[in-house]
Design a protein around this ligand. Structure first.
Ligand SMILES: Nc1ncnc2c1ncn2[C@@H]1O[C@H](COP(=O)(O)OP(=O)(O)OP(=O)(O)O)[C@@H](O)[C@H]1O
Ligand SMILES: [Mg+2]
Length: 247
């Protein structure tokens, strides 16, 4: 990024979900998905929510994002609440707009950060594709565009739900590396959802693990890796073994 501004964020995000239930539908009983989940997210930390499919990760992220308000509890996003970006699993680019315009449209009219778009496109390796429409891009390229669109806003809070699933391993790895670089140059408060433990360890500074049937946080672990170590598979694997040894 050409001009990276420091984040003004100083307060932790406070998350408390006393109870989240999905009502009974047809044959299916009412389902308690989250119960007594309470934690704070330190400013500029990279928190990963992990756990197997169906344990409630997306439900929790949607509550944090304000997309789901049907729960008991309270979310306090602090001063970063107006500068929050959600990057979904599907890149959600506007199909009738070019890559450049998709990023441009994320910014308010007349925003000076328009000047940062070319550098951001270069950063994510999409300079050549700036004038292409999303349907002409591979999924990996669309995900790069989606990351660029998220980071151009220099958000204080960045929420991501499995943004790298269904990619081949080298592509996913290059996107994780890109995310590590982008986050190091603009250390925003991140909550990242993944079921992939290696990905959780590689990216996160802290990992909260949810377990199906428990409806709650069953593990809260710090990740002790430097940015350089995060790019070393063997070191990441060793840290993964340390963190999840008892899991
Ligand atoms: N809108 C909904 N209505 C009813 N039940 C739902 C709804 N959304 C999710 N659930 C149920 O709540 C539970 C948690 O779902 P959630 O999508 O949060 O899981 P997840 O951890 O994100 O899983 P995955 O890794 O597969 O994305 C699941 O049992 C799911 O079936
Ligand atoms: Mg999910």
């Amino acid at each position: 990024m050409a001009a990276v501004m420091g984040s003004t964020l100083t307060e932790p995000i406070k998350i408390r979900v006393d109870r989240k239930v999905f009502p009974a539908v047809g044959e299916r009983d009412e389902q308690l998905v989250l119960s007594n989940v309470a934690f704070e997210v330190e400013p500029r930390s990279f928190l990963v929510l992990t756990g197997p499919s169906g344990c409630g990760k997306s439900t929790l992220l949607n509550i944090v994002a304000g997309l789901d308000t049907d729960y008991e509890g309270a979310i306090d996003l602090g001063p970063g609440k107006d500068r929050m970006t959600y990057i979904f699993q599907s890149p959600r680019l506007l199909p009738w707009r070019t890559v450049y315009d998709n990023i441009l449209l994320a910014l308010p009219d007349g925003d000076p950060r328009v000047a940062n778009i070319p550098a951001m496109l270069a950063r994510v390796g999409l300079t050549e594709a700036a004038n292409a429409y999303p349907e002409r891009l591979s999924l990996g390229m669309q995900r790069r565009a989606s990351l660029a669109r998220g980071f151009i806003l220099e958000p204080d809070i960045l929420l991501m739900d499995e943004p790298f699933v269904s990619l081949d391993d080298p592509t996913a790895q290059s996107l994780r590396q890109l995310l590590i670089e982008l986050w190091n140059s603009h250390p925003t408060t991140v909550i990242f959802v993944t079921h992939d433990r290696a990905e959780a360890v590689q990216l996160g500074t802290r990992i909260l693990r949810l377990a199906p049937g428990r409806a709650s946080v069953v593990q809260d672990a710090r990740v002790r890796l430097t940015p350089a170590e995060r790019l070393d598979r063997a070191v990441v694997l060793a840290e993964q073994t340390r963190i999840f040894a008892a899991a």
